[in-house]
Design a protein around this ligand. Structure first.
Ligand code: NAD
Ligand code: MG
Length: 399
């Protein structure tokens, strides 16, 4: 049995991961569960899975959970601080890590697991978008095994040769005959809404994804298609792809989860229900086809497939992300940082939907270029970009 840590255990990916653990209890021993603030959800998980350790990033939640665990006489140890969490992740007590924290706050833990050479199931795309080359270098140096969980990257992973699969982060696509990675996206809930109505979009409307059920941040990112932009950057790093080796295609039905186009004219696609238990079971089963609890795809009830090019007037965030990918690491850090602030502000109704892209563009265009020298430098760029974004919201944008 492998010893598993699930970071972001109370979220949407966390829930899908735990459902695979329920179906395949012989595969993983759940040693650590982590989350931010959801004490009651975590308490229920401790009742069910009795992990050895639990960690909450919020100090108030940590205290409360400790109290509730004691009342319930559950022996799970509550980790107090980030340093102890990072040390545990790097220790022999953990073999495999599901990195499913949302946003840049998942970077340090994901990186700690990578540096310690663990097996990483990577859902937290923001960590890779922020750290790029540092993350890939850490994989190469430590020999960590990285498995893409994001459905598109998992689909691509399933459609490439074992030699590419075994060199994630530094593979040579062209040498294996790959022409292009075709990254599909549904276009989100506003694919057909007149752009003139975008400023009236409410958080509730933006949270309603037509095909997928996900956490709040990724749902808003899907509505702006920033999610596909982050995935473009994620694909660049995972598959060592040049920008012209990745193409975004709108496929509103979300049945094809991405494709790989080869120089002999073949295209290999991975298909299935839009359900994260499919890619999660694939990585947790180590490429074996194990039970995921997902219904087989019924082709007779699938709508016709369609494919279109994304319209950058409708999805300016996608354009900004692809441009940032061309520009380099500092731009992708800023893009991600400001997007996190903008999504929160939109959810709190402080800014309007089109202002998400405007805010990102403004901070990107007013930042001086610098080479990212270290992880600490990376975080200083992240913090500065977030502060700048907050100032602009207060000064110019609040609805
Ligand atoms: P979510 O909001 O449902 O869950 C996020 C989890 O992270 C929660 O457990 C929360 O407690 C925890 N968390 C938040 N901040 C934290 C912090 N500072 N420290 C520790 N834990 C913290 O999000 P989600 O939809 O499950 O997405 C998680 C990640 O997976 C994101 O990066 C997302 O882009 C990626 N992803 C999600 C899906 C999906 O279908 N939900 C698909 C592909 C990729
Ligand atoms: Mg995805």
């Amino acid at each position: 049995m492998k010893k598993l840590a699930i970071l972001g255990a109370t979220g949407s990916i966390g829930a899908s991961t735990l459902s695979i653990c329920r179906l395949q209890p012989e595969l993983y021993d759940i040693v650590l569960l982590s989350a931010a603030t959801s004490v009651d959800k975590m308490l229920l998980l401790c009742h069910e899975f009795t992990p050895q350790y639990v960690s909450m990033s919020c100090p108030v939640a940590t205290k409360l959970l400790r109290k509730k665990l004691a009342i319930s006489r559950i022996k799970t140890q509550v980790i107090n601080d980030e340093a102890s969490l990072l040390a545990l992740l790097a220790s022999k007590e953990i073999d495999s890590v599901m990195a499913a924290i949302v946003g840049g706050s998942g970077l340090r833990t994901a990186l700690a697991a990578v540096e310690a050479g663990k097996e990483i199931f990577l859902a937290n795309k923001e960590a890779l978008v922020m750290s790029g080359q540092f993350f890939i270098d850490a994989i190469q140096n430590s020999g960590a095994k990285l498995w893409p969980v994001d459905s598109e990257h998992n689909a691509i992973f399933q459609a490439i040769s074992p030699s590419l699969q075994n060199s994630i982060g530094y593979c040579d696509l062209a040498a294996e005959g790959v022409l292009k990675i075709l990254l599909t996206g549904s276009g989100g809930p506003f694919l057909n809404l007149p752009i003139s109505q975008f400023s009236l979009i409410s958080p509730e409307q933006a949270l309603k994804h037509p095909n997928w059920s996900m956490g709040k941040k990724i749902s808003i990112d899907s509505a702006t298609m920033m999610n596909k932009g982050l995935e473009f950057i994620e694909a660049k790093w995972l598959f060592n792809a040049q920008n012209d080796q990745i193409q975004v295609i709108i496929h509103p039905q979300s049945v094809i989860h991405s494709m790989v186009q080869y120089k002999d004219g073949s295209v290999i696609a991975q298909m299935g229900e839009p359900d994260m238990r499919v890619p999660i079971s694939y990585v947790m089963g180590g490429k074996k086809r194990i039970e995921s609890g997902v219904e087989p795809l019924n082709f007779f009830s699938c709508a016709d497939f369609s494919f279109t090019q994304p319209d950058y007037n409708r999805y300016p965030c996608l354009k900004l992300a692809i441009e940032a990918c061309y520009q380099g690491q500092q731009s992708t850090i800023i893009l991600n940082a400001v997007n996190e602030v903008a999504v929160n502000a939109f959810l709190k109704q402080q800014i309007k939907f089109p202002q998400i892209a405007q805010l990102i563009e403004k901070v990107l265009s007013t930042s001086l270029t610098t080479l990212v020298e270290s992880i600490d430098h990376l975080f200083s760029i992240d913090i500065e970009a977030k502060q700048k974004a907050q100032q602009i919201i207060k000064r110019d944008l609040v609805c």
